[in-house]
Design a binder for this molecule. Sequence first.
Ligand code: PLP
Length: 400
Amino acid sequence: MTRTDELIAQAERWGAHNYAPLELVLTRGEGAHVWDVEGRRYVDLLSAYSAVGQGHCHPRIVGALIEQARRLTLSSRAFHNDRMGEMLERLAGLTGFAKVLPMNTGAEAVETAIKAMRRWGYEHKGVADDTAEIIVAAGNFHGRTTTIVGFSDEPAYRRGFGPPTPGFVRVPFGDAAALAAAIGPRTVGVLLEPIQGEAGVIIPPDGYLTAARRACAAARVLLCLDEIQTGLGRTGAMFAWQHEGARPDLLVLGKALSGGVYPVSCLCADDEVMGVFTPGSHGSTYGGNPLAAAACVAALDVIVDEGLVERSARLGAHVLARLRAELRSPEIAEVRGRGLMVAVEYRQPVARDVAHALAAAGVLAKETRGVTIRLMPPLVIDPADLDAALDVAIPVLDRR
Ligand SMILES: *Cc1c(COP(=O)(O)O)cnc(C)c1O
């Protein structure tokens, strides 16, 4: 039995089987590379679903985390701590919103946004108590809590977890007319991913976000964008909404907010929306803790100081150009992407086989929804490493 077999057997023996990981066991990471327990090196083209945008174990982020861990890790919100304010100020400055509410996981921040939109609807729009509706998109992925999976249309996410929380209406993604038509007197918000990540990097038609923005403003409905995956440079802009200038009323961030060293998420909004939260109405033991704040500030510094947004735009265009020029297989239905958020979609559900073959060749990527391979390298990846990874990956992706 290899070390890999032993470790996988241990995890499967004792762990819930709520994931189906590829059969390799990682033990170390640095920048765009990871190593498994057998000493094999891989180029990481998944980046923990974009959470490791700054690269694995970025020394500046790890350094900030270690230094803070020696001083104070958790104060709870029963008291102030000397790191949280700096994180909130930095996030407000970066996003252009007046207020920030820190949480831990992405799903929690989405739940925070749902609570904010509902209470805003009752307090500011005059919607009758407990009747608010939020419009969501088909193919959405916003996390795994009971409320969130209740408005998913992916059977694997929702089957057996009902009854679904009421108050959500689903419309086709990318169809601005359908979205506008679904808005009614009880609609308080629209919750969208600017580009759907888990659904397979689904990019809506140009003008969709602008039209959604306009429809929401006209009907006095809040637009909430979940940029947990698309935000912080992934799509070649700091935030994907900036591609269309469709500034949301609520912005949800997570994943790369800490560069992959610690769970940090947040909701950003202006005063009217964030003002619905009063003491006791929301919270989290770990939300806004000093360790999270230290990691978050360092993670944001890295994005800005290393020019990762511009890098994502430039390298992403290069990846897309190479894939479009070099992939020829008739099995491939489409290659698409924005910045370093790229996908290869197949006509048949072969993506899991492709992911296995890529890993065997030293390139890590993951299939999503059976037909799509998502390519999302750390934004810090060296261009030469990226090209070397593509040299290896392209014949595999092309099923040669
Ligand atoms: C990953 C993700 C989430 C959920 O984040 P967790 O930290 O796993 O709870 C929500 N929305 C989007 C768009 C995501 O990509």
